[in-house]
Write a protein of this length. Structure first.
Length: 163
C-alpha cells in the first residue's frame, strides 16, 4: 500500500536525511565518513521510509540538525499547510463546504512555488540549527558546572582530610 494514501503517515525519514544533507552541502560520501559508514549505506538510508533511530541520531549530529527533524518532519504536510495558509482561505472554505454538501470529493492539485518552499525550508533549518546550537551550549555549560562541582568536592575532601 502506498504511503501517500489519504490518512496515512507521509513522513519519509530517508528523504528528510537527503534534504538536510543536501541543504548542508554535504555529499553522501562525506556524511558516510562522519558516521563511519560506507557511501552505499547512506544511499540506502536515503531511500528508506523509516530509518533506525540510532542511525538518525548519528546523522543528526553529523548534519547539525535536530534528530526530531529527521524523524518527524513531514515535508508534504508542511508544504500543504504553508500553501493553504498563504492562499485565500475564505474561498477555499466556502468551496470545501459546498463540495462536502454535494457528497463528492474533488481532486485538488497543488502547484507549490519552489522558491517560497526553499525559503521556508531554509528558515526552518536555520531555526533547527539555532535550537541545536542552544542545546549544545547548554550541554557545554552543564559540563562546566559538573567539573566545577567535582573540583569543589575534591577541595572540600582535601580540607576535611587536612584537619
Amino acid at each position: 500500500m502506498s504511503e501517500m494514501t489519504e490518512g496515512k503517515n507521509t513522513i519519509n525519514q530517508g528523504k528528510n536525511v537527503r534534504f538536510a544533507r543536501e541543504f548542508r552541502g554535504i555529499s553522501q560520501e562525506d556524511l558516510a565518513h562522519k558516521i563511519n559508514k560506507h557511501q552505499s549505506e547512506i544511499s540506502k538510508i536515503e531511500n528508506q521510509g523509516t530509518v533506525d533511530s540510532e542511525i538518525l541520531e548519528q546523522i543528526a549530529l553529523a548534519l547539525e540538525v535536530s534528530a526530531d527533524f529527521l524523524k518527524a518532519f513531514d515535508f508534504e504536510d508542511t508544504a500543504k499547510n504553508y500553501y493553504n495558509y498563504s492562499t485565500n482561505t475564505t474561498n477555499s472554505a466556502e468551496n470545501s463546504h459546498d463540495t462536502v454538501n454535494q457528497g463528492h470529493i474533488e481532486r485538488v492539485e497543488y502547484n507549490y512555488p519552489i522558491e517560497e518552499l526553499a525559503q521556508f525550508a531554509e528558515k526552518f533549518l536555520n531555526m533547527q540549527k539555532e535550537h541545536y546550537e542552544k542545546e549544545h551550549q547548554i550541554v557545554i555549560d552543564v559540563s562546566k558546572k559538573d567539573i566545577e562541582i567535582a573540583l569543589l568536592k575534591q577541595e572540600l575532601e582535601f580540607l576535611k582530610n587536612k584537619k
